[in-house]
Ligand binder design. Sequence first.
Ligand code: HEC
Length: 212
Amino acid sequence: MLAFLTACAPEHDEELVRLREEVGSLRTLVGPPPSSLDSLYPPAAPAPVLLMRMIELGDAMSGIVVDLSEQDVEHVRAGLERFKTEYVALSRLVPEWEGAYPAGPVDTLIAAVESGDPARIGAAFAGVGAVCHECHVANMAKVHYRYRWGDFAGINLSDPTSGRALSYRSSCKSWKPPSLESVPTCGNSNWRVPVRTSRHFRRDSACSLPRA
Ligand code: HEC
């Protein structure tokens, strides 16, 4: 029995470590964006600082591609310098994301450009692009949601049949205009509530997402 336990323990430990990592990344994925972003967006900041710095980073990256296509080596070098400076600065802007800007792919890109080998340059660009993509997929929507969209709870509408004031959530429960009939609005069929129908607005009997 003891031999059996000893044999299984490392396997269980590995599984536990793997599961902890998985739960950690799922928590990060569904959790809110880092709170230090608060200071980089209005109202704390006068402008959306992170967004503007990102546009700068994207500009620097596409500038390199343009200069490469024109075989303008001098500007490619200057562009890479500008890109790396911005990349490093961004890695320090949001402490929680510091590890999301690895140095390796950028150094590989610089070495590839120096080599002048188009295949190496292409692969190295893809490596840098993957860094951008990974964070964008995980965080862009959350950042838009928190800092760019209004608060849906603050939207007030009036019921077109009764004129009664409705919160966004209750209006979603009860009606939608005929032009939106095919668009599912509420994902939860428990949100369906009876409401008076009229010629223009009908009770949303299809207030649930179509099942796959
Ligand atoms: C650690 C996270 C992270 C990394 C890494 C990252 N970004 Fe971003 N990026 C964001 C977030 C979050 C936004 C959304 C900001 C907003 O909309 O306010 C964004 C937005 C952008 C935008 C603006 C898109 C638009 O039109 O709204 C550009 C351009 C951009 N990033 C370029 C890049 C490039 C190029 C890289 C890689 C070299 C990169 N980003 C790496 C988080 C990241």
